[in-house]
Ligand binder design. Structure first.
Ligand code: ADP
Length: 190
């Protein structure tokens, strides 16, 4: 199996790149943001709970997110591996994922970070907000809160994965195709 965490700040392009990578490497793409939004649209209990956090740009509590992610992994063991997009976002989530994968006798192959300047990212999110309908993309305060959440809770994961020796940084600025090529080069060399 190859299991990859696609890592990056809000707007870094994880979802866009995941679309190419999942097909090329026959991976199950699990986007926690997408799963939450699906639940919100269908007005499930999980959706109602998640919405109260997401609309403010806060992270959904770890317990809820991890339970949901593990269920999604359990139900999708039919491909060559997983592409995790938006998970993990806290140290507790990273530890939960490692423990779960090890129980399944597999592990993360790599964590690949898409890097870009904050200024470019915030511009991308505001542009996306015009068409995505996402409340968390439409307001600069909420976007700022998502970055604060990232800096406080998610950025420490970089050290965690560096220590594991499987962290790779990729320049996330340029055309979509250029970035896909950079990611492909990293994955082909794993
Ligand atoms: P972004 O473009 O900000 O990376 P996502 O679509 O991945 O957006 O996530 C949107 C929102 O969903 C987050 O701001 C957060 O509220 C919630 N969310 C997604 N993944 C997680 C996670 N792993 N832990 C907690 N909350 C999450």
């Amino acid at each position: 199996m190859i299991n990859i965490v696609l890592f990056g700040k809000p707007g870094a392009g994880k979802g866009t790149q995941a679309e190419f990578l999942k097909t090329k490497y026959n991976l199950t793409h699990l986007s926690t943001g997408d799963i939450f939004r699906f639940n919100i649209k269908n007005e499930t209990d999980l959706g109602k709970l998640a919405k109260s956090y997401m609309d403010k740009g806060d992270l959904v509590p770890d317990e809820v997110t991890t339970k949901m992610l593990i269920e999604a992994v359990e139900n999708n063991f039919d491909k060559d591996g997983f592409l995790f997009d938006g998970y993990p976002r806290t140290l507790s989530q990273s530890e939960a994922l490692d423990a779960f994968l090890s129980k399944k006798e597999t592990r993360l192959t790599a964590t690949i970070a898409l890097e870009a300047d904050d200024k470019i990212l915030i511009q991308r999110l505001l542009e996306r907000g015009k068409t995505s309908g996402r409340p968390d993309d439409q307001d600069e305060e909420k976007i700022k809160n998502r970055y604060d959440e990232y800096n406080e809770k998610t950025a420490p994961l970089i050290e965690y994965y560096k220590k594991q020796g499987n962290f790779h940084a990729v320049n996330g600025m340029g055309s979509i195709e250029e970035i896909t090529q950079r990611l492909t080069k990293v994955i082909d060399n794993l």
